[in-house]
Design a protein around this ligand. Structure first.
Ligand code: KG4
Ligand code: ZN
Length: 342
């Protein structure tokens, strides 16, 4: 197949991402705008503000990515975009823009599953994993263990029964008075917390399956805060530490169990929580002892970005999957990864 230039557009939540991917040479350029500063004063993502901001950012980001790549708009062979899951209004902005542009260019559009983007994001790194692998997908909306046999071949092994790990980080951070998004802030605070001063349960550690539950940890943190009354900085750090240690323990244990059950020796960690340093440290330690190699996306591709959508689009294009003529489209705010595209 000749080299194809794929544009990728991500707009499922609070980041607008645009990237250009060449099927032969790889990622050419990516541009990102984070809305974190805008949503911060509300303590979380305000969907309507998110949609409006995506509208403002998409064209300037596309211009920037084109400039950086040295390629022209007319050279684009296909336009990939996040079709779901995510915020309906935010998804509609990216989808409408992508489909409109694809129609104007007379090129196909490629609707992409956001989690597929995360799953494949380690392939953007200098040392990409080969298929098949086990993936621990830990984002703000999802916590799943999957078996990945190839592009479009995903089998769900286990998932959270309530809050996602990132969501639990965000909620616990909020009750400790930390700014949104809570994950990085809580993780930074936990670094100064004392181990073992405060100990939280390890939910579902011995459930015998690969499912998770994180909402109880947020309650454990709330209960501890109430017991203390007004925790000082040191006590807040201890609570952050206890929370992070519990989440990381469960994620590491279940990931290793999934690896053992699969007989594979490659583990991929993707999604925003994959940026967590303690999770990386502990996984590397456990995996090292078991002769398992852990692959992480580059830090900049752990959280939402256009590069992973352009990559997923390029791989789908090469595999002849999900190409559609530009035009009528729908977004899928709720969309299980194992359900077929379309
Ligand atoms: O993958 P992502 O950017 O968005 C979704 O698709 O949900 O993940 C965002 C989530 C947020 O919950 C954020 O708090 C969390 O990832 N996160 C972290 C860290 N960096 C981001 N959680 C723990 N430690 C971090 N260093
Ligand atoms: Zn995401």
């Amino acid at each position: 197949m000749p080299a194809m230039l794929v544009l990728g557009i991500e707009s499922s939540c609070d980041e607008t991402g645009v990237a250009l991917h060449d099927t032969q040479t790889g990622l050419l350029a990516h541009a990102l705008h984070s809305q974190v500063a805008m949503h911060q004063e509300y303590g979380g993502v305000v969907p309507e503000l998110a949609s409006r901001d995506h509208i403002r950012r998409t064209v300037p980001l596309l211009r920037k990515a084109l400039d950086e790549s040295g390629r022209a708009l007319g050279e684009i062979d296909a336009v990939a975009y996040t079709q779901g899951p995510g915020l309906a209004g935010a998804l509609l902005v990216g989808a409408a823009f992508a489909e409109g542009l694809a129609a104007a260019l007379g090129r196909p559009a490629i609707p992409v599953h956001h989690l597929e983007g995360h799953l494949l994001s380690p392939l953007l790194s200098r040392r990409p994993p080969a298929f098949p692998f086990i993936a621990l997908l830990v984002s703000g909306g999802h916590s799943q263990l999957m078996r990945v046999d190839g592009v479009g071949q995903y089998r769900l092994l286990g998932e959270t029964l309530d809050d996602a790990a990132g969501e639990a980080f965000d909620k616990t951070a909020k009750l400790l008075g930390l700014p949104y998004p809570g994950g990085p802030a809580l993780s930074a605070l936990a670094e100064s917390g004392r181990p073992g001063v405060c100990v939280f349960p390890r939910p579902m550690l011995n459930s015998g399956d690969l499912d998770f539950s994180f909402s109880g940890l947020k309650t454990a943190a709330l209960t501890r805060v109430r017991e203390i009354g007004e925790p000082d900085a040191r006590q807040r750090a201890d609570i952050a530490r206890a929370f992070q240690d519990a989440v990381v323990d469960v994620l590491v244990e279940k990931s290793m169990r999934a690896i053992r059950g699969s007989g594979l020796a490659r583990l991929v960690v993707a999604g925003g929580v994959g940026a967590n340093r303690e999770l990386r440290r502990r996984l590397d330690e456990r995996a090292g002892r078991a002769n398992v190699t852990v692959f992480y996306p580059e830090l900049e591709f752990c959280t939402d970005n256009g590069a992973m959508i352009a990559l997923a689009g390029a791989l789908r294009l090469q595999a002849g999957l999900s190409l559609k003529p530009a035009g009528a489209f729908a977004v899928r705010p709720r969309w299980p990864l194992c359900e077929p595209a379309g």
